[in-house]
Design a protein around this ligand. Structure first.
Ligand SMILES: [Cu+2]
Length: 71
């Protein structure tokens, strides 16, 4: 499944890397890319291994805010 999330609070390359590192270390995440200048995170993941709420919580726990869940 592919999801695009709007994420507030990413200000630099470090923010981008911390989100990408955290998401890509989760079992079931195939690929996560953060675009800090656009405030956007793209995630490809296997729904049978991980759910979207967990991925959103992971981003929130890093101190960023997920604004919308675009279907
Ligand atoms: Cu930063």
């Amino acid at each position: 499944m592919h999801k695009q999330l709007k994420v507030d609070g990413m200000s630099c390359q470090h923010c981008k890397m911390s989100i990408e590192t955290a998401l890509n270390s989760i079992t079931g995440v195939q690929r996560a890319i953060a675009f800090h200048e656009e405030g956007r995170v793209e995630i490809d993941f296997n729904e049978s291994q991980i759910d979207l709420a967990t991925l959103i919580n992971t981003i929130d726990d890093l101190g960023f805010e997920v604004i919308t869940d675009q279907e």
